[in-house]
Design a protein around this ligand. Sequence first.
Ligand code: NAP
Ligand code: HSE
Length: 429
Amino acid sequence: MKNINIGLLGLGTIGTGVAEVLLSKAGKLTGQIGIPLTLQRILVRDANKQRSIELEPHILTNHAEDVINDPEVNIIIEVIGGEHPALEYIKQAIRNGKHVVTANKEVIAKHGYELLSLARKHDVGLRYEASVGGGIPLISPFQQDLAANDISAIYAILNGTTNYILTQMSQEGLDFASALKRAQELGYAEANPTNDIEGIDAAYKLAILSGLAFHTNVNPGNIYREGISRLQANDFRYAKEFGYAIKLLAIAKRDSEAIELRAHPVFIPENSQLAKVDDVYNAIQVEGNLTGKLIFYGQGAGALPTSSAIMADVLAIARNIYHGRSNASKIELEQKLKIKPMADLKIHYYFRLTVIDRPGVLSKISTVLGNNSIGISSVIQKESNSKSQTAVLVIMTHIAEEKAVQRALQEIKGLKVVKEVSNFIRVEE
Ligand code: NAP
Ligand code: HSE
């Protein structure tokens, strides 16, 4: 074997980063493996599009089979994104005996088990380090370095775009739309930003990490999720007054019987380490019985950090090819664990209500909360509006049960003195 040939599917933000690394670091990469890595073919949607990277014209194609069926290609890197046709291309590549490296969290979260089984059957490697946490090594540490631990919890900021937006809203007072636009310009957001802002991307990543942590096959559809689009500037101000920051956290916890899986905005103490993770940075706090608490921190999106993770996988596969070792990995997702219903969650809550500004309103609301066994830990009245005769009421609760809170919110909405339940956010102490 004189060289190892790469077929690249996609030449967008990440594909361009990977191509640049392959071309500009060719000497270093050859030194790491023993033989050169050659960028053989690249699949794009539009072969005539202006590209920011200089490439031999014949290298680009808009026919997937030119890459996937090329007998000379050894490793396919999939950075098209989305479920289809990426899934079909990955399957075809595996069936053709090619090793696959992907950054595609949607495909891995939804079909990882099936694809890993297929890869094992065809004795090829399927690696996905870049699918979670951008440049932060996570998949490999979960598979290897933490293997002797019983992991009890993961608390993680897994989406760079939303963390960037929340930081801009909190620190710069930017509105949601301007912060999102900036994140898109910086190449952090998914092609469809709904996946970022509605917590879908974070849920995919949590499915992958919790699957590895708890050795089970987690269906991302079973993860409770909420996005960040209903957060407003005043939520950040009130959070600060109570000593909290607002983050979109992905949370997985395990007890002896079941796992809790959720991705949604939360108040977290402003002096906690996760509260200090800003901009596009991700942080993943893992609790293992041997390691205790660990935090992985770094850039969770962007071309170069993500290319670093992709290249780590490519190099691992290429070394095995060169040394004649198998790349097929063991599948350890066999355990069956129940998922805890969200209704059983017990946690503190923040409510922001818009109410009629007159005496007796608070007692009506506290009666509803009391009837549902929800204790108030503090309450403040804000932003009285003399014209509309309304005020904003901010309530923090003691630990309460989610199903009781949902019931109470419905009852509060029905009170004549309440104009609107403007927001409610869970509080992680
Ligand atoms: P992107 O900028 O939208 O690039 C997608 C590329 O795939 C483009 O080159 C596009 O071709 C090509 N493509 C899309 N659909 C195609 C199709 N049906 N047939 C052929 N080519 C197709 O996406 P990206 O941001 O690089 O993300 C790629 C993957 O990396 C996704 O799975 C994403 O979740 C993951 N990821 C992204 C980041 C990040 O920071 N952006 C970080 C970690 C992981 P044209 O260029 O011709 O349009
Ligand atoms: N859109 C994703 C994010 C890219 O913002 O985190 C990295 O997976």
